[in-house]
Design a protein around this ligand. Structure first.
Ligand SMILES: *Cc1c(COP(=O)(O)O)cnc(C)c1O
Length: 487
């Protein structure tokens, strides 16, 4: 299996070659040169597999340059009931991504698929935990080391740290805005005592942190010497790991391959739903893929109008579903590449236009950049938007009707899913976080605190390990160099 860039100007690479990297050298994103297919016979055989065995079956179609017995061992090390132990009452931890039926009417069901039972209580653990094991394995084979450097305002950074803690050959340097994260999120990250994890609290806002990451990325000499890498949402292995739970969700919700299901996905950077698109392209009988956005509705706008318009930071809102607060959707280019029948020249032109004009228009209107909007439905895509009051109402309603407390991101999903239910088709809403992480809004909706999974009761009281630093690139570089020991 070879991987090609959406912009068409990078040499094809193998899975292991792109595993540790981010963007292709031509600025594009990697995708397989053709999508591997899943046959009906395979789907039948996979119905009875454990999550780990299913993950192996899916992964081996993509990671063709990793020996199968090694890949199977990595899948089994990752997807265990011990790692995904935060299942709620009535869920089996061994199911890894258990389904919960909320409602059944006219043969159609509304179902939650729990993706947030991992160590940081959010769906990013699903892929990041595998990435930690894949990185450690690959680095050992190459006798190499890697220093992961990133910025976080919450979920991504903690998922990366929990995936990489204690891993040989890997260090993590994570910037976060000092005193700007919730007490719970701060405690999750800063309570880690592993010597390979470095939390740097920057005296500034998240944008200052991101600017510092960009400055370091642009210093190619420093990057190479310090063996700097990233784990952002465009990483291909993260996308592949996410394909697995769409297959699992489909198989768990159906009894035969004639049945179709739809998914609603709380979306920001388009990484999660992009995996759903790939599962569908591989032949999983998915009817619709519904992108749910919050007030930051770049994606909803595109799927309603065909116009993709990235937002300025002044137009990007801080919301109560903060992990979906994005100004542009970094994985969206992967879908656009397929939508344009893999015409890399046109993808190049469109994303150049994003840089020069802030977006592009595929509506087919006079003067637009194309008319591919007419093909959106063919790819199953639909969308909807949810705002703060919708989240509060949905959390309250789901709690009253079904006795389940959902988090704010999942609430955006349920709100939009309800608008897209069709008779006879099961709608699976991906539950992307547990409510304990976003307690303020739970209090607003329900007048009481969200339950915390066992072990998280006193997390804010644990000793914290972090370094406070000015928003100064020179200082951060010196700190990294001092701790990697690389001259
Ligand atoms: C990251 C995240 C999302 C958005 O996922 P994308 O892959 O960026 O679309 C939604 N909900 C939660 C809780 C997240 O952490």
């Amino acid at each position: 299996m070879q991987y090609v860039s959406t912009r068409g100007l990078a040499a094809p690479q193998s899975f292991s070659q792109i595993l540790l990297g981010g963007l292709a050298p031509d600025g594009g994103l990697y995708l397989p040169s053709v999508y591997p297919q899943i046959s009906g016979a395979e789907l039948d055989a996979w119905r009875k597999l454990s999550y780990a065995d299913l993950a192996f079956e899916v992964l081996k179609k993509f990671a063709t340059d990793i020996p199968e017995q090694d890949l199977r061992a990595l899948a089994h090390k990752t997807y265990t009931a011990d790692v995904y132990c935060n299942a709620r009452e009535g869920e089996k931890a061994a199911d890894i991504t258990p389904l919960r039926v909320l409602e059944e009417q006219g043969g159609g069901k509304l179902v939650l698929q729990a993706l947030s039972n991992g160590p940081t209580l959010a769906f990013k653990d699903m892929a990041m935990q595998l990435l930690g094991n894949l990185f450690e394995y690959t680095l050992a084979r190459q006798d190499a080391e890697l220093n992961i450097f990133g910025a976080t305002s919450g979920d991504t950074g903690s998922a990366a740290e929990y995936a990489m803690r204690g891993k040989k050959g890997i260090r993590v340097f994570m910037l976060s805005p000092h005193k700007k994260m919730s007490a719970f999120q701060t405690a999750q990250m800063f309570s880690l005592q592993d010597p390979n994890i470095f939390n740097i609290a920057v005296q500034g806002v998240f944008d200052d942190c991101q600017d510092m990451v960009k400055a370091v990325s642009n210093d190619l000499e420093f990057k190479a010497r310090q063996k700097i890498g990233t784990v952002n949402s465009i990483n291909w292995a993260r996308v592949v790991a996410q394909v697995v739970y769409y297959v699992r969700g489909y198989l768990s919700a159906t009894t035969s391959n004639d049945q179709k299901v739809s998914f609603t996905v709380p979306s920001g950077n388009f990484g999660n739903i992009c995996a759903g698109h790939i599962a569908r392209m591989m032949g999983v009988p998915i009817d619709r893929l519904v992108a749910a956005t919050n007030e930051n509705d770049v994606l909803d706008e595109f799927f309603r109008t065909g116009v993709y318009r990235v937002r300025k930071s002044s137009e990007t809102y801080h919301t109560t579903s903060p992990s979906m607060d994005i100004s542009k959707a970094s994985n969206f280019e992967r879908f656009v590449y397929d939508l344009l029948d893999r015409d890399a020249g046109r993808v190049r032109a469109l994303f150049r236009k994003v840089e020069t004009h802030g977006g592009f228009d595929l509506s087919g209107a006079p003067g637009s950049d194309g008319d591919e909007f007419r093909k959106i439905a063919q790819y199953g895509f639909a969308s909807g938007k949810s705002v703060h009051q919708d989240r509060v109402n949905t959390i309250r309603d789901v709690h009253e009707k079904y006795g389940v407390t959902i988090d704010t991101h999942t609430a955006d999903g349920v709100k939009v899913a309800r608008e897209h239910m069709t008779p006879g088709t099961t709608m699976i809403v991906l539950e992307t976080a547990l409510p304990a992480k976003f307690n303020e809004t739970i209090r607003e909706a329900l007048g009481r605190d969200a339950d915390r999974p066992a072990g998280f009761e006193n997390i804010e009281a644990l000793p914290q390990r972090f370094e406070v630093m000015a928003a100064d690139v020179g200082q951060v570089k010196a700190f990294i160099a001092a701790h990697t020991g690389l001259a």
